[in-house]
Design a protein. Structure first.
Length: 137
């Protein structure tokens, strides 16, 4: 019988950027991110917020959704890649921005930092991100 791997706790690392000076302000990240659009659900004790990932790194994810999670809240996040079981993680909401206008339905971009994620899931994400990076180059 296979033993499910214990989720690992990721260190809470700040988003580290090394900016270059000048008008071409390029940001260098500690971990690469990839533009990946997969269905995602933020699950809190009170509600389920359905959305879609916009980009993912080994440290966190950006999600586009129509409901607003609480800033600083830890919650469960299920990400549903195609042809694979969902990734179930614990995340902390670290930033939220509003998109659209009053005339258009209110939408949000949510930045969430992985707090707990299984070794299998982090390995899967690392592979997907590396493959996306190869395709971009």
């Amino acid at each position: 019988m296979e033993r499910e791997q214990e989720p690992r706790r990721l260190q809470s690392l700040p988003a580290r950027y090394v900016s270059t000076c000048g008008c071409d302000m390029k940001e260098k990240r500690l971990f690469e991110k990839a533009e990946i659009k997969w269905p995602a659900t933020i699950i809190t004790s009170c509600e389920q917020i359905v959305g879609e990932t916009e980009n993912i790194s080994q440290l966190g994810v950006q999600i586009f959704c129509q409901e607003l999670p609480l800033l600083g809240q830890e919650c469960r996040l299920e990400i549903k890649p195609p042809n694979r079981q969902p990734l179930t993680t614990i995340v902390k909401v670290v930033w939220v921005t509003s998109t659209g206008s009053e005339k258009v339905s209110q939408c949000f971009r949510v930045g969430a930092e992985f707090r707990y994620i299984s070794e299998d899931d982090i390995h899967f994400l690392s592979t997907v991100i590396a493959n996306e990076q190869k395709e971009e180059n």
